[in-house]
Design a protein around this ligand. Structure first.
Ligand code: NAD
Ligand code: ZN
Length: 246
């Protein structure tokens, strides 16, 4: 991004003029931190795809296997630091009124970078909750690794599960409402997401229907249907934008 392109200048102009801007982020934002994406290189764990493990069915069948995968991911993420993309979004969220971040990531790196106005659509890998929904409030547990045996619910003693939204599960209604409200923006930055996991991917359409310009930052083309595409890694594109934007 050292030589500004026509698209880059257009994004700068839009960002400078917009009073409300929302960033919708996915796993690609954390790629430069060393967190593997689900669909890129390194997306497999052993022979399993994420879709084979991140589901209630997989957990019901083999909780120990699913926890082993989460333990591996938690250990990997604990060793990662926020990158320049997280830092720029965090700075904008603090400095620009009307700037919010909606993330599909569960790694906690936006929080660690100091992001405010953040909606976590898919929960957090650092939270646990009761598998049998006994009514216990979700709790934080940052130990890495957890005990080799699957952790238990602190209230009922039954199985605990990761506090994330799995494939096929509903999003928390208050998170969905916050994300919907964030779609009322002049510019939506869609950053590092393959835009195929719903309902998150549908937020782009909602924003567009309310008049937002959709700007995608992703080295790969996706079905996001962007009005403007910056085909570059998020950490480079956001750094370049942050140096120029007013
Ligand atoms: P995905 O793995 O489906 O897609 C990642 C996208 O990031 C791809 O389009 C890829 O081209 C792009 N990308 C790769 N490197 C990039 C970079 N440096 N800059 C910008 N873009 C880059 O991820 P998704 O769309 O977020 O959906 C997968 C689901 O998996 C989500 O629901 C999410 O909760 C979960 N997930 C989370 C994490 C995390 O918390 N870091 C990691 C993997 C998956
Ligand atoms: Zn319980």
């Amino acid at each position: 991004m050292s030589v500004p392109s026509k698209e880059f200048d257009e994004v700068l102009r839009r960002l400078s003029a917009a009073s409300r801007v929302t960033a919708l982020t996915g796993a690609g934002v954390s790629a430069a931190s060393g967190v593997p994406t689900f669909r890129g290189a390194g997306g497999l764990w052993r022979e399993f795809r994420a879709e084979d493990l991140a589901t209630p069915r997989a957990f019901a069948r083999d909780p120990a296997l699913v926890w082993e995968w989460y333990n591996w991911r938690r250990g990997l993420i604990a060793a990662c630091q926020p990158n320049r993309a997280h830092e720029v979004l965090a700075a904008w969220s603090r400095e620009r009124p009307g700037f919010s971040v909606v993330t599909q990531n569960v790694d906690g790196l936006h929080e660690r970078a100091g992001t405010v106005n953040l909606t976590r659509l898919h929960g957090s890998i650092w939270m646990l909750q009761c598998w049998s929904e006994c009514g216990a409030a979700p709790w934080e547990d940052r130990r890495t690794p957890l005990d080799p045996r699957p952790p238990r619910c602190r209230a009922c003693g039954g199985l605990a599960r990761p506090g994330v939204v799995w494939f096929g599960e509903n999003l928390n209604p208050s998170d969905l409402a916050a994300a919907d409200a964030a779609c009322a923006c002049a510019v939506m930055l869609v950053i590092g997401t393959s835009s195929i996991v719903y309902p998150a991917a549908g937020l782009t359409d909602i924003a567009r229907s309310r008049g937002a310009v959709i700007v995608e930052i992703n080295p790969e083309f996706t079905p996001a249907g962007a009005d403007i595409g910056l085909r570059a890694p998020a950490e480079l594109a956001l750094d370049a934008l942050a140096r120029r934007v007013g």
